[in-house]
Write a protein that binds this ligand. Structure first.
Ligand code: TRP
Length: 279
């Protein structure tokens, strides 16, 4: 059996945060030990919904690259590349565009929900945005990627890429492209510091990977705990308490976390003291 080739990528529309780490970056750090892995900084794709702001996309290319290095993605093991510097991806996209219908693109569930979300009015959605799944198929197939770590929202992209690959092989009588398997992230979504929504740059509830110790401390101090825990001596709730969600995920000292949970539930452990144990 052929060894899988991993390809994944991120749109450089902002710095990466802890939610990215839990949801995908940590897995990539292990995948590089087992597989040939490519990670693409998808600046061309980022431009599809930042048409009027290329400066933002450009500024975040290096930012995202630094975030990769910071979490332990090792350039000796993983090939990190910038989409716009490989013009062959754009060329392959042009050939793929002949193999997919406009109505198929309009039915792509991810594209559909993104269009609804961004409230494109009437006919204002651009051809470039509508066709980004085709360009994403080229991202994967240019390196003969066969294993793509993704969140659920990206599954329709893989399905569409497989259709394109099959159509290409059939139309031109070749066996150039292999089947692509998604590798679905098993980790739960990390809540942001508001404790309500998943961590997201646009909601302002993110701890960025580039944040320094002071900023992290400030954000932890704003972190949502048990809203009914008004007095230190009263028992507090651990379930759904964001600080404990984070401790469960990031504190390797299980005994310490257990001790803090018991103390908090018994009463006597204040939020500020609890939070100070985290950094
Ligand atoms: N669409 C992905 C995102 O928004 C980024 C991406 C671009 C990607 N090309 C890819 C992911 C190829 C996996 C494979 O996060």
């Amino acid at each position: 059996m052929k060894q899988s080739i991993v390809l994944t990528g991120d749109r450089p529309s902002g710095p990466l945060h802890l939610g990215h780490y839990v949801g995908s970056l940590a897995a990539r750090v292990s995948l590089q030990e087992e597989y040939k892995q490519y990670i693409m900084i998808a600046d061309v794709q980022a431009l599809t919904d930042n048409v009027d702001n290329p400066a933002k996309v450009r500024a975040n290319v290096m930012e995202v690259a630094l975030d990769y290095l910071a979490v332990g993605i090792d350039p000796a093991k993983t090939t990190i590349f910038i989409q716009s510097l490989i013009p062959e991806i754009a060329e392959l996209t042009v050939f793929f565009l002949n193999l997919v219908t406009v109505s198929r693109l309009q039915r792509n569930p991810t594209v559909k929900s993104e269009i609804a979300h961004k409230k494109y009015e009437g006919e204002s959605v651009t051809a470039g945005f509508l066709a980004y799944p085709v360009s994403q198929a080229a991202d994967i197939l240019i390196v003969h990627g066969t294993l793509v770590p993704v969140g659920n929202d990206q599954l329709p992209m893989i399905e569409q890429a497989n259709e394109i690959a099959k159509t290409f092989n059939r139309t031109y009588g070749v066996t150039l492209f292999d089947h692509i398997e998604p590798l679905i992230s098993s980790s739960a979504r990390l809540p942001g510091i508001d404790g309500i929504h998943k961590m997201s740059k646009s909601l302002g509830n993110a701890i960025d990977l580039r944040d320094n110790a002071d900023i992290v401390a400030q954000k932890v101090m704003r972190m949502y705990t048990d809203p009914d825990h008004h007095h230190v001596h009263e028992p507090g709730r651990v379930e759904g308490n964001t600080v404990f969600t984070y401790l469960d995920l990031f504190d390797k000292d299980i005994n310490e976390v257990m001790h803090l949970k018991e103390w908090y539930q018994r009463g006597g452990l204040g939020d500020v003291v609890l939070k100070k144990t985290t950094y």
